[in-house]
Write a protein that binds this ligand. Structure first.
Ligand SMILES: Nc1ncnc2c1ncn2[C@@H]1O[C@H](COP(=O)(O)OP(=O)(O)O)[C@@H](O)[C@H]1O
Ligand SMILES: [Mg+2]
Length: 417
């Protein structure tokens, strides 16, 4: 008998609720008539009462559902988990199925020549590397079953030769996202790498995914750049071995495996530059010989053999010299001008400006990097560009004189004599 009364309780509440709404409505309407709102309501009442009735009905439906749920009397179809759960979670191991699918990658066909020319248009003086890289990428993207990243490439060579730049240009040319990691941050040991791979349960940060695991989870075909990898601790290097050997990385916070089979890894290094540049000249036409020599040289500066083993190809960048420095400077100037919303007229960079920049670089000797060049360009031209922009310029001609660089206003399509 008590259980029957208990079960009826929600319905009693509903009945009491409806009765009180009716009573309230009557009282309320008497009140409205007295303050003269009835006339107004007669005109707008339909709309208002419709809205009020709707809201009241919704509120009561929610109260009713809540009461039924508390009394455990909701119909089964509303409560059964089966309706909310993925059929694959219920009937099989979905994670394993997804892992197998991720190993089976689509063959992708890229035009190596078109890719190489895109790279060469932006990266000066490294034509051989651009051709070779494009050919490697074409071959590897066409493989259907690999269980490993598309490629693990090491760009080695002097600072300011365009290693980081080529990584960026490659990602852009392939239309892929770049995940750029400055590896100098991870010099203190494996623990430093928690920001890449996440932290184990109970550690600080274990609520969040690591930057690399999250990045590849969200964009599996990214270009992953490990910039200046030689500066990271050797233990951090080893964290990448499963990524390169087995085709996955493990997120520490929840133990999930994230596929690396569609990613391209680009490592850059400034280590052992002199030996590597010598070797690359010596073995210009013998990639295997170059590889052997380079592996030995890199082992000597602290790279672990198992890490070097997994690098598919080592590209050695030549230091930039001669006209190539002028080319980089010209590209840099063009980019900077574009940064101010301007264009440079054809033939619009005074050769004297480029010559001065080259002389300056030469004077700085081996220590000169492209970053110094960028800074020098900014110092030389930024103010005059701003002045030209203020005067309403769209296109400019840069003229070098005793007093510095002057940006003359050119008509947008006017070629400079
Ligand atoms: N070979 C190059 N071609 C075009 N621009 C270059 C080249 N090398 C350097 N630069 C310019 O100089 C900047 C710094 O070069 P970067 O790629 O960072 O050198 P690093 O070899 O030390 O990684 C680049 O962002 C780019 O603008
Ligand atoms: Mg760099």
């Amino acid at each position: 008998m008590t259980s029957f009364l208990n079960r009826m309780l929600p319905y009693v509440w509903v009945a009491v609720g409806i009765a009180s709404v009716v009573t309230l409505a009557q009282t309320f309407s008497g009140f409205l008539r007295r303050i003269g709102l009835v006339g107004w309501l007669a005109r707008h009442g339909m709309l208002l009462s419709g809205v009020l009735a709707g809201l009241a009905a919704l509120a009561w439906l929610l109260v009713l559902l809540g009461a039924l749920r508390r009394a455990d009397r909701l119909p089964r179809f509303l409560t059964e988990r089966r309706w909310l759960m993925d059929i694959l979670d219920r009937l099989t191991n979905r994670a394993e199925l997804e892992r197998r699918m991720s190993q089976e990658v689509e063959s992708i066909f890229v035009d190596a020549e078109a890719l190489a020319s895109k790279l060469k248009a932006q990266v000066v003086g490294q034509d051989r590397i651009c051709d070779d890289l494009a050919a490697q990428i074409r071959r590897r993207l066409a493989l259907k079953q690999r269980g490993k990243p598309v490629g693990v490439f090491l760009f080695a060579g002097p600072a300011g030769a365009g290693k980081t730049w080529l990584g960026k240009v490659l990602a852009e040319a392939l239309g892929r996202k770049l995940l750029h990691f400055d590896m100098t941050q991870f010099s203190s040991g494996a623990f430093a790498a928690t920001s890449l791979f996440g932290a184990g349960k109970g550690y600080v940060g274990s609520q969040e995914y690591g930057k690399l695991t999250q990045g590849l989870r969200d964009v599996p075909d990214a270009v992953v750049m490990l910039d200046e990898i030689e500066k990271a601790h050797g233990d951090v290097h080893k964290n990448f071995l499963t990524a390169w050997n087995d085709g996955f990385i493990t997120e520490k916070s929840d133990g999930k495996q994230i596929s690396t089979t569609r990613a391209i890894f680009v490592l850059t290094s400034n280590a052992a530059v002199d030996i590597l540049v010598d070797l690359s000249r010596q073995y210009a036409n013998d990639p295997d010989g170059l590889r052997r020599g380079a592996v030995e040289a890199l082992r000597a500066v602290g790279f672990a053999p198992e890490v070097l083993n997994r690098i598919d190809r080592i590209f050695v960048f030549e230091p930039l010299s001669g006209l190539d420095i002028a080319r980089v400077a010209a590209l840099e100037i063009e980019r900077m001008i574009a940064g101010y919303g301007l264009t440079v007229a054809q033939g619009g960079i005074d050769p004297q400006l480029l010559f001065d920049l080259m002389t300056r670089q030469k004077k700085m000797g081996a220590a000169a990097s492209s970053r110094d060049l960028t800074r020098a360009i900014e110092e030389a031209i930024a103010d005059s560009l701003i002045a030209a922009k203020e005067k309403g310029a769209r296109s400019v001609i840069l003229v070098q004189s005793e007093g510095g660089v002057h940006a003359k206003i050119a008509a947008p399509s006017e070629p400079h004599a």
